[in-house]
Design a protein around this ligand. Structure first.
Ligand SMILES: NC(=O)c1ccc[n+]([C@@H]2O[C@H](COP(=O)([O-])OP(=O)(O)OC[C@H]3O[C@@H](n4cnc5c(N)ncnc54)[C@H](OP(=O)(O)O)[C@@H]3O)[C@@H](O)[C@H]2O)c1
Length: 261
């Protein structure tokens, strides 16, 4: 099976590192022209320069801050005045860690703006072209926490559930336009985010960070943390014509971590 995204244009959130970068690389390797989004200008420039162009791809980037909803909205509005997107990967940084007793109502509002509102506005803007083209792919980077809430991530647990439910609703509404909407339930992946969370946990418990990582790995049936590249493979498949009959799903990629069906 060959996955070709030649001629497709993709917009990928949080793609100067971690999961977003791995997705951007796979989409580009399959032939898509990719627009990256993140805060760091230097990283964005370097990644754009490193992406393949052998299939006529033209890559670019938007320097955005998901924490500044107004600014983000303006940049995206301007982008969509002159650009069209076939494949949208909704991926932002995760909300801050902490348990439900620590988090206040304002924290939930911030997490809602960061995770839910940015996803909805980007999708709203991208959909216009997808509907007129009768083709589109929307992939939401979510978490296993929507099925089994994770301890110490009350904000993420709450708001990601909203994103995934919204995605399911949207899939029903846009199916007639041959647009698919799928959410990926992320397990543990070897990225800066996981390294930071592990360091914080190790400090709190007063143990070495390697112990935190070993404990994490031991909880995964496949006994390892995922390689972001493996995430990119799934995203490239979902973005392709080969996945035309897959929509409204919540697909775990977690090495078997989820205990529930
Ligand atoms: N890794 C895991 O195991 C795991 C598990 C479950 C869920 N997730 C979720 O999956 C998503 C991606 O995680 P990851 O592990 O790939 O994270 P990561 O390694 O921290 O990468 C985050 C990416 O987002 C960008 N970014 C961060 N804050 C931003 C902001 N305010 N505005 C614009 N861009 C921003 C970063 O670039 P700049 O710093 O240059 O902006 C980077 O490109 C997150 O929502 C995370 O919570 C991850």
């Amino acid at each position: 099976m060959e996955i070709s995204l030649v001629g497709k244009k993709a917009l990928v959130g949080g793609s100067s590192g971690g999961i977003g970068k791995a997705i951007a690389i796979q989409l580009a390797e399959c032939g898509a022209s990719v627009t990256l989004m993140s805060r760091s200008l230097e990283k964005l420039k370097a990644i754009v320069a490193s992406l393949p162009t052998n299939l006529g791809q033209q890559h670019g980037f938007l320097q955005v801050d998901f924490n500044d909803f107004r600014g983000y909205q303006e940049i995206l509005h301007n982008f969509f005045k002159d650009n069209q997107i076939d494949i949208l990967v909704n991926n932002t940084q995760g909300p801050s860690a902490g348990n439900a007793l620590e988090k206040k109502v304002g924290d939930y509002q911030e997490a809602f703006d960061l995770l839910f509102k940015t996803t909805v506005i980007t999708t709203e803007l991208a959909l216009k072209n997808m509907i007129s083209n009768n083709w589109g792919r929307i992939i939401n980077v979510a978490s296993v926490s929507v099925k089994e809430p994770l301890s110490y991530l009350a904000l993420s647990n709450s708001i990601r559930a909203a994103v995934v439910t919204w995605g399911k609703s949207l899939a029903t509404d846009v199916g007639k336009h041959k647009i698919t909407v799928n959410s990926v339930l992320t397990g543990y992946f070897d990225t800066d985010r996981i390294a930071q969370l592990n360091t914080k946990k190790a400090e709190q418990l007063g143990i070495d960070v390697s112990k935190v990582r070993a404990d994490m790995e031991s909880r995964v049936p496949l006994k390892r943390i995922g390689n972001p590249k493996e995430y990119g493979y799934l995203a490239a498949f979902l973005a392709s014509d080969k996945a035309a009959y897959i929509t409204g799903t919540q697909i775990p990629i977690d090495g078997g971590l989820l205990k529930s069906l």
